[in-house]
Design a binder for this molecule. Structure first.
Ligand SMILES: Nc1nc2c(c(=O)[nH]1)N[C@H]1C(S)=C(S)[C@@H](COP(=O)(O)OP(=O)(O)OC[C@H]3O[C@@H](n4cnc5c(=O)[nH]c(N)nc54)[C@H](O)[C@@H]3O)O[C@H]1N2
Ligand SMILES: Nc1nc2c(c(=O)[nH]1)N[C@H]1C(S)=C(S)[C@@H](COP(=O)(O)OP(=O)(O)OC[C@H]3O[C@@H](n4cnc5c(=O)[nH]c(N)nc54)[C@H](O)[C@@H]3O)O[C@H]1N2
Ligand code: SF4
Ligand SMILES: [Mo]
Length: 677
């Protein structure tokens, strides 16, 4: 039997659409959807091969229960009964806040909604979070303070028509390739590109201005741009007067950040900063595209606020062909946040601390709900080590490879009394579990994902769940055994979510059929919202919040003279559980490596591709050296996609005080020749 099932890509937050080609229950290929409004018939190399890992022989097919340190296969009924029993036992003994839940940004909106409801209503705790904590949570916190909403302000379709795109801490060509293609179209339409990135990424080759700042110095850089813009009178006086508040307080701080004064901090010539500032301010249609180069810092939230300040100073937000584009990472990380898989809010960012909101959910769910906000993923780890968190139920996240400072995470996971992992492959984190529940991939279930331009899109089942159950059904089964039955049919879960969430009230499977819908969608008649903050910001007036430069938690010294920063490459995706099981992707980059500048290589006597030791205060790793002028002297860069050579043994578990994100993008490191010792 042959069929083609229209669905949404399970990798990055761009949200491309394709058909899965199914023959006799086997996924044999991917066909791009020409009518998809995001991807318009294009896909990147990961999308083209998205079917390949799904039916890989390594897929988990049976629940596993650990006995005397070894996994034994168990029936669904035994495993689910055992998990429910242990959850109940721990809750009865220590109280609900001894338990925590981590949802998955790889799973659907409906599964994320179910999981946050499970934590709050079935377990009775607000300890629910997910990988946005490692990613764009500063966006949610920062843009919310400045604009009143923590999501992208504008849409992909506007990108090709921009006059100027400021790309800062984002590598769209590799991390969001089909958005990168829209940037390429803008260049073809004569747009000017400004790139600010410690690494000479591909868009820098086509940039009118390329700024190669040191990692962790972006506030100094942006404040200097604002200082120059205002002192030259290039700011948007009318916009500032009518639509914002707090400009004087901003200027009070920013006036001292002259381009000359930040030269030593950023390593950037003042003339370049001025050129970039002028180009961004004076172009008619200017936008900012940013991502983790800005957020993954101890000053992540302040970095985001600095960009919001820059956009408002120039009046380049709150209208079409402008705006701030946070390039959200995972296929459904926007959705996981939107669904309330966060410790402080329900779906649609409704605070758990708001009594009226809580009453609404209590009435709908028939339980009393906790009012105090829960633990962030970061603090769950601290509490596990301290001993007050006893149990963790994790869906689709591999903390032992993706959280910072692997040894610290290992200690946290080892401190737990009970760990449940719901996965599609046996990851390193799953190996630590007491019970592994086999989940189902995107190809095995119905639901929705929400991409980085706030667009809900349909995910459709192409084959039956390989292990017999979808993630949603597993949650449902455990909740039922805890005495709290929940609705689990995806379409009905979506309807329940919409009925409780003003921002998404008009979302339904039926309305998503064609091209999805961009939120806010306030009613069944509301057409969706391509551009937010038109006429007025969601918070009313846009708020200028002054922020000051602070160096990263660790800066180079004699012992650790490099700044190490980490990130992504086109061919692999995060832990690589799926891309390393895709032949054409693995072939391109089978192993980990470190990029260093030719000057450093020469000084240290390191040859191209020679194996070197990379060391930080937390760990060390031996990898091949890629000698390249993409990074400047004193900077080293590594990807984190390779489980056997795990980069996160090196990274720093220092966190942003506001939103608790880790500083993956800057720590002090030593790169040394192995045979010289
Ligand atoms: N191919 C591929 N695509 C992906 C992913 C993947 O693993 N592989 N992961 C997805 C996920 S989860 C996410 S969140 C996104 C992330 O997407 P991006 O954030 O675009 O990806 P990164 O490579 O982590 O970092 C972006 C850029 O930040 C730069 N950078 C490093 N330090 C600094 C700094 O201090 N300041 C500035 N301004 N820039 C800095 C890096 O050199 C890099 O070019 O990608 C998504 N898409
Ligand atoms: N050094 C360094 N570390 C980083 C970053 C960095 O820039 N530098 N970036 C951070 C960022 S932005 C992120 S988002 C995190 C990502 O960290 P993770 O979320 O841990 O990475 P993924 O590989 O996306 O892992 C998700 C897991 O979900 C599983 N999975 C996929 N689909 C499904 C499904 O439908 N159901 C179930 N049950 N499981 C599924 C996959 O097998 C995989 O093991 O990494 C962070 N770590
Ligand atoms: S750009 Fe992102 S969403 Fe599109 S095909 Fe590639 S990985 Fe999938
Ligand atoms: Mo991410």
């Amino acid at each position: 039997m042959m069929k083609r099932v229209l669905t949404t890509c399970p990798y990055c937050g761009v949200g491309c659409g394709f058909y899965l080609d199914v023959r006799n229950e086997r996924l044999v290929g991917v066909i791009p959807s020409k009518s998809n409004s995001v991807s318009k018939g294009y896909l990147c190399v990961k999308g083209w091969h998205a079917h390949e890992p799904i039916q890989h022989p390594d897929r988990l097919k049976k629940p596993l229960i650990k006995e005397n340190g070894k996994f034994k296969e168990a029936s669904w009924d035994t495993a689910l009964g055992y998990v429910a029993g242990r959850l109940k036992e721990i809750k009865d003994k220590y109280g609900p806040d001894a338990l925590a839940v981590c949802t998955s940004a790889r799973c659907t909106n409906e599964e994320n909604f179910l999981m946050m409801k499970f934590a709050r209503a079935a377990l009775g705790t607000n300890n629910v979070d997910h990988c946005a904590r490692t990613c764009h949570v500063p966006t949610v916190a920062g843009l919310n303070q400045s604009f009143g909403s923590g999501a992208s302000t504008n849409s992909y379709d506007e990108l090709p028509y921009m006059d100027c795109i400021l790309i800062i801490g984002s590598n769209p060509t590799e991390a969001h390739p089909i958005a990168g293609w829209r940037v390429r179209s803008a260049i073809d339409n004569a747009a000017k590109i400004i790139v600010c990135d410690p690494r000479k990424i591909l868009p820098a080759e086509n940039a009118s201005v390329y700024i190669q700042q040191y990692p962790g110095t972006d506030i100094a850089l942006i404040n200097a741009m604002i200082q120059f813009i205002v002192s030259e009178g290039l700011h948007a006086r009318e916009f500032i007067a009518k639509r914002t508040e707090g400009f004087d307080a901003l200027w009070e701080i920013v006036k001292d950040y002259t381009p000359e004064s930040v030269k030593d901090i950023t390593g950037v010539e003042p003339a370049l900063i001025k050129e970039a500032a002028k180009l961004y301010a004076t172009s008619k249609r200017s936008c900012i595209m940013y991502s983790l180069g800005m957020t993954e810092h101890t000053v992540g939230t302040d970095n985001v606020i600095a960009m919001a300040n820059l956009s408002m100073v120039c009046g380049h937000v709150g209208k079409e062909f402008s705006g701030v584009y946070p390039m959200r990472g995972q296929n459904n990380v926007q959705g996981a946040c939107d669904m309330g898989a966060l410790p402080n809010v329900y779906s649609g960012y409704q605070p758990v601390s708001d009594e009226q909101v809580r009453k609404k959910f209590e009435n709908a769910w028939g339980v009393t709900l906790p009012a105090a906000k829960g633990l962030t993923l970061t603090d769950m780890m601290f509490k596990a080590i301290e001993g007050s968190l006893k149990c963790f139920y994790i869906i689709g996240e591999d903390q032992l490879r993706t959280d910072p400072n692997t040894h610290w995470i290992e200690k946290a996971l080892d401190s737990l009394e009970f760990l449940v992992i719901q996965e599609i492959f046996l990851t390193e984190t799953a190996r630590k579990a007491d019970v592994v529940l086999p989940g189902a991939s995107f190809a095995e279930k119905d639901g929705t994902f929400t991409c980085a331009e706030r667009r809900f899109q349909r995910v459709r089942k192409a084959i039956e769940p390989i292990a017999g159950k979808t993630d949603g059904q597993i949650i449902y089964e455990i909740a039922k055994r805890l005495g709290y039955p929940m609705e689990s049919d995806p379409e009905k879960v979506c309807a329940e979510m919409a009925s409780l969430t003003p921002l998404f009230r008009g979302v339904s499977f039926e309305r998503l059929e064609e091209n999805g819908l961009q939120w806010p969608v306030y009613s069944n008649e509301h057409p969706g919202t391509p551009v937010v903050h038109l006429e007025k910001f969601i918070r009313g007036l846009g708020k200028f919040i002054p922020v000051k430069h602070k160096p990263p938690a660790e800066t180079p010294d004699n012992e650790y003279p490099f700044i190490l920063t980490t990130g992504r490459m086109l061919f692999h995706y995060n832990t690589g559980t799926m891309t390393r099981r895709t032949m054409n992707l693995l072939r391109e980059y089978p192993r980990n490596f470190v990029q260093i500048n030719p000057q450093d290589a020469q000084r240290l006597g390191i040859k191209k591709q020679e194996k070197v030791r990379v060391k930080t205060r937390r760990g060390e790793l031996e990898v091949a050296a890629e000698v390249t002028d993409k990074v400047k002297a004193g900077v080293a860069w590594m990807p984190f996609h390779f489980s056997d050579e795990p980069t996160n043994v090196l990274t720093n578990n220092a966190f942003d005080p506001v939103c608790r994100i880790a500083e993956y993008k800057a720590c002090a490191a030593r790169v040394e020749k192995i045979n010289s010792l």
